[in-house]
Ligand binder design. Structure first.
Ligand code: ZN
Length: 73
């Protein structure tokens, strides 16, 4: 199995976000206590997110209504 070591940085470049749009809802279930809801249709996008990690770089595309959602800073 070939391995490629990617260049890692604490944050993506300015204006760049990770897009999460595939799979069934919720996209994931963490170990925290904050659920992320779609701002348009209120679908639960990700459950039990820890408040220690702000998720600011992540853009969620709601599979239910198609809108883009992010955690505002
Ligand atoms: Zn939605």
């Amino acid at each position: 199995m070939a391995q490629l070591s990617l260049t890692a940085s604490p944050r993506p470049p300015y204006g760049f976000r990770i897009l999460v749009e595939k799979g069934a809802l919720p996209f994931w279930e963490g170990k925290g206590d904050i659920d992320f809801l779609c701002g348009a249709c209120r679908a639960t996008l990700a459950e039990k997110n820890p408040k220690e990690y702000p998720f600011h770089e992540i853009l969620f595309r709601c599979p239910q209504c198609g809108s883009y959602n992010c955690v505002s800073e």
